[in-house]
Structures are given as structure tokens and as C-alpha cells.
Design a protein around this ligand. Sequence first.
Ligand SMILES: *Cc1c(COP(=O)(O)O)cnc(C)c1O
Length: 464
Amino acid sequence: MNRNDYLKNIPKVDRILKEHSIQALCDAFGRGLVTEAVRYELANLRSLICAGKEEEIDRALRDFMIELPEKIREFSAFSLRKVVNATGIILHTNLGRAPLGKVQMDAVMQVMAGYSNLEYDLSTGTRGKRTEHCSSWITRVVGCEHAAVVNNNAAAVTLMLSALSKDKEVIVSRGELIEIGGKFRIPDVMKQSGACLREVGTTNRTRISDYEKAITENTGAIMKVHTSNYKIMGFTEEASVEELAELGARYHLPVIVDLGSGVLINLEKFGLTHEPTVQEMLKKGADLVCFSGDKLLGGPQAGIIAGKRKYIEKMENHPLMRTFRPDKCTIAALAATFREYLEEDRAIKNIPVLSMLSRSPYELKEQAETLSSLLQHGNFPACLSVEESITRMGGGSLPGEELPGYAVTISPISMSCEKMAAKMRKMPTPVVAHIKDNLIWMEMRTIPENEVAQLSQDLIRFFA
Ligand SMILES: *Cc1c(COP(=O)(O)O)cnc(C)c1O
């Protein structure tokens, strides 16, 4: 057949929609969506006829109606959906960073479905402020005068610089001019905010005297950026927050700290090296500290600014505040997150980032053994083994820090690791895992214990 004859053989949309199997899908997803999906698949078929090989075209035409229902189902699925994070990386930026727990989700559900007093003061019956729902919890937990919340920490940095130092110089050490990825580079953010970067010191050593020498009548602030995603080691020196605070006080300049990953508890209890906490920074005299909501804090995507009231009020009255203001779901989840921190043990239990961080290798080993034996009993087509492993925090947090864990390794019997890993990503709930040493590693740290049974069933069914 020539291509024109093939094109004439393509079924018509109206006729397809009358098919029994397609009718059922119309009832489930709506006729509009199904029509759209059918048109999309017909267009694919036409392109194949115009460009493909004859045997491919024959096969596609023959199987078109058989494969169509499944393709319509795929078409109807949201592209953003739940996945199983089997990478072991707790703050995986590509997998949505911090997951929320029940306590946090309950708070979100309460305000999402109906109306709320988002900007309404119930005691006076007049207009209220949206970020006040969070600020009292934040100030209590970290110990500061006031706090503001914006959409993310990048916005927090931009707002601080714009509100406090527009057209003025901000002094930053050359060792702290970081890029955190996604085009966020301190010098560029500085430019956007209208502040002028005044670099001091060198990459590896910056002294307090370097800062002092750079102060002029045009200085707007002193800024310290926590190098949260890399480490400078060896012959190094940096000015401490105490020294900077003393200098700032002497010259009446605000000292601002971009802490990146807002840690509120001592990480040494998880066997990790000490990471400066928000409370420590404030205690040491920082005027403002900003940090992410969805890194080590374990809350929703947000940027939190904590510190002196007079500076934060300037930000609250800045026009950019309206641009950066968080939505009600963020506010509800963040308030719930901070409330848990009033009792550390509760935070560790109820905030998933912390509970995952606190899981012991012993626990992870047991979980790996459970998953491995469930898969084995279900005749999962692979050689399985339980192995010790090392994972990282991710999300530009705790660079170089190793988390000891356990994984189930998979060596597929009848396909390559790449092929099986690709198929795992096509499961109804996709599973994302790493390949190393010609094995697929399913890391246990980021797979919740109560999802193991379901995961094993899904894997067995999908690869049967
Ligand atoms: C992650 C990070 C940011 C950006 O935070 P987002 O919440 O991702 O916008 C800014 N500064 C530092 C030091 C960071 O680590």
C-alpha cells in the first residue's frame, strides 16, 4: 500500500468514540478528554505513516484499537504525581525536596477546602496579616523578636537585600559567593535586588579586618552566606558571626545571615557533624537569619526570615513582599512544622525529613530484608541481595556528610539494569532508583516502612 492508502485507512474519531471500550473511558474521564487523547494518538499514527517503515505502519494500524484504551489512560494521568524515592536522598531536589507528614498535611487540609481567617483578625473582626499565623510559632521556637515568611529562601534573600540595602553596598566574603543551582548565584541575586556587592578577602581566607576596611558611608549591610552545599578545607579562615555582629553594632549596620538549610536541632544526635542552627546564629548576634522551609527544616517550600523587628517590618512594608507572599497552604503547613519543634522528640517523630534522618542502620537492614523476601516469594524476576550502602542528604545540604544505610540490590534476569530501571519509572506509581556497579539499588532510608508491602506488590505485578 502507498502512504495515501494507509492514511485513508485511519479510523475516524466519531467511530472510535462509539466503540464500547472507549465509551467506558468517556464515562470515567469525560468525553472532552477522551476526544483530545484520540486526536493526539491519531496524529501520532499519521506521522508514523508519513515517515515510518512499512512493517511498523502495519503493526501500528493493526494494534491501534487494542492499544488505545491504555494510551487514553496514560494521557489522562497528571504529569506531576507521587513517586517512590528509592534513591535514599532525603532532600532530593528533583523529587520535591521535603515530604510532609500527617500533622503538617492535616493543617493544610483544614484551610484548603473551605474559607479561613487567612487575613482576618477574629478578635476584632477586621483585617489581619497572613504571615502572623506563622510568626508567633517561629519566634517562640528560634528565639527572636519577629519573623516573616515568603515563597522560598531565594525570595527571602532578595527581599532582605532590596529592603535594607537598595543602592547601597553589601559586604560579602569572597569565600561565600555561592551558586546553589537553578541560576541562583549570590552576585546575580545582589544585582537583581538593587544592592551592590562589595567583595572582601579571598576564596579561602577572610578576616574581620577585611570587612572593617570595606565599610564606607555607602555600606548598607554585612552579609554572611552559609556555604551549605560545599566545603572549603585546609588553610582557611572566616570571620565569626560574633565578630561580624560586634562590627555591625559599632557601625550601625545590619548583619544578615543566609543560612540556607534551616537546621533547628543539633544534628550530632544523628551521628552527623555539627551544622550551625538558626538559634545559634541569632544568639551570636545576627540581626537577621534567613533559611529554607523545605530543606532540613522539613516543612513546605518557603523562605523564613527571623530576627530584629525593625528590619523585618521594613521588609513587610516593601512592595516585593506582595510578590513573594506565601499562600495559605504554605502558611498552614509551616505553622504546623514549627509547632512540632516546641518539643524536639515530637519534631523528630512527626516531621518526615527528621524521622528519615533518625532511622538506624539496623532498622533499615530489617526493612531491606523484608522487601527482599517479599519480592523473592513473589517470584520477582531478578537476583536480589541486601547490601550496606551510603547515601547523602541532598538538596544542597550537609555536603560531604555520609548517611550509612541499607539497600535491596536488584540484578534483573532477562533485561539490563537500565531497561528495568526505565520500566520501574513507568510503573503506575513510578519508582526512582540508582544504578551502581551494574545493579539497581533500592535504598531503604527514603521508603517509608508502611509502604514496603504495597511497593513489593506493585513491583511483582508490574514485572510478572
Ligand atoms: C538553598 C539555598 C538557598 C535557596 O533556597 P530556596 O528555598 O531553594 O529558594 C539560598 N541560599 C543558600 C545558602 C541555600 O543553601
